[in-house]
Design a protein around this ligand. Structure first.
Ligand code: NAI
Length: 339
């Protein structure tokens, strides 16, 4: 049996070891007062890999921060009002952006472009100035365009690093797993589906054939499943009847992706998930950004995986995806060039 002093020395050692290995990670949420921002902030507060949480919004962030800060997780929480963006970003290693307007019934994600493009551009410019080495996770729609907007804005500022910029497409992955499991009568853990392309309608391409349960779904049920994964967001917009789009499932998906990135940044190996990044896969067709499986590691993007084998139906889905995605990406780039 170990003497008490030895036990104390061991636990002191393990504390020193764990604090030197585990990074101090400050995560900022821009848009923390919104429908996604509030539950996302709550979930990030409970993530043990977050040591400091910085909540910013043009409305209501100090209130959200005061509320969330009472949760008995070890991270500290600070809220910042509209005129304190620089303070909110100071020292942040990860910045999650759910700022902007959501859809109303009948709107596409592209209809949000006019409002959200300038919001995202201005936030990206501030990140480039105050936290130029931060990893940036873009939730604000249209993701297919807002991610290129962030890239071009950082490029203009001379601080763009493609390994640190991610469009969050995790909600499509979450929906694909849930809907497929429902049809197959199994648990969502048994139906991880790789979703590639972009994050809107026809640009969302679920690779169901790469999962045994997904592959078994054929005919009209397959077609309806693909449509539901591509347009699942519309179900929520319709059901909320003018009160916005997915917020709770998106907060879950945003927290899930943030946790994956933090695990990668902390040195965990084999953290692989689809995300919308600057990608070599379709550059020869003029498409600079694409979502496919990405290994996340200490530098952010470690490895971008190719799509793997596609079924004939998936080849067709890709044919519909690529031209639309190209337009969306170009629209984002052109916006920054002209502003
Ligand atoms: P919301 O309207 O409830 O919240 C948006 C928040 O952004 C508000 O609190 C607002 O004050 C804030 N905001 C506006 N301009 C800002 C600025 N310049 N700086 C900081 N904060 C600012 O909207 P919700 O439902 O939270 O959606 C946010 C965005 O996320 C929308 O663009 C929506 O389309 C998108 N979204 C993305 C999904 C994805 O899968 N990537 C899924 C669902 C929504």
């Amino acid at each position: 049996m170990l003497a008490h002093s030895a036990v104390r020395a061991l636990s002191a050692n393990s504390r020193a070891f764990s604090s030197s290995v585990a990074r101090q990670t400050k995560v900022a949420v821009l848009g923390a007062g919104g429908g996604i921002g509030q539950p996302l902030s709550l979930l990030l507060k409970t993530d043990p890999l977050v040591t400091s949480l910085s909540l910013y919004d043009i409305r209501g962030a100090p209130g959200v921060a005061a509320d969330v800060s009472h949760v008995d997780a070890h991270s500290e929480v600070n809220g910042y009002p509209a005129d304190k963006l620089d303070e909110a970003l100071d020292g942040a290693q990860v910045v999650v952006i759910p700022a902007g307007v959501p859809r109303k019934p009948g709107m596409t994600r592209d209809d949000l472009f006019n409002t959200n493009a300038s919001i995202v551009r201005d936030l990206a410019a501030a990140i480039g100035r105050v936290a130029p080495t931060a990893h940036i996770l873009v939730i604000s729609n249209p993701v297919n365009s807002t991610v290129p907007i962030v890239a071009s804005t950082l490029q203009k500022a001379g601080v763009y690093n493609p390994a640190r910029l991610f469009g969050v497409t995790t909600l499509d992955v979450v929906r694909a797993a849930r809907f497929t499991a429902g049809i197959a009568g199994v648990k969502p853990a048994d139906t991880p589906i790789t979703v590639v392309g972009g994050h809107s309608g026809a640009t969302i391409v679920p690779l169901l054939s790469q999962n045994a349960h997904g592959k078994a779904i054929t005919g009209d049920i397959y077609k309806a499943l693909v449509h539901r994964i591509q347009f699942g967001g519309d179900e929520v917009v319709k059901a909320k009847d003018g009160a916005g789009s997915a917020t709770l499932s998106m907060a879950y998906a945003g927290a899930k992706f943030t946790n994956s990135l933090l695990r990668g940044l902390n040195g965990e190996k084999g953290v692989i998930t689809p995300t919308f990044v600057e990608s070599p896969l379709y550059k020869d067709q003029g498409i600079d950004f694409f979502s496919s499986n990405v290994e996340l590691g200490v530098n952010g993007v470690e490895k971008i995986y190719p799509l793997g084998p596609l079924s004939a139906e998936e080849e067709k889905l890709m044919e519909a995806c690529l031209p639309e995605l190209k337009k969306n990406v170009e629209k984002g780039k052109a916006f920054v060039e002209s502003s």
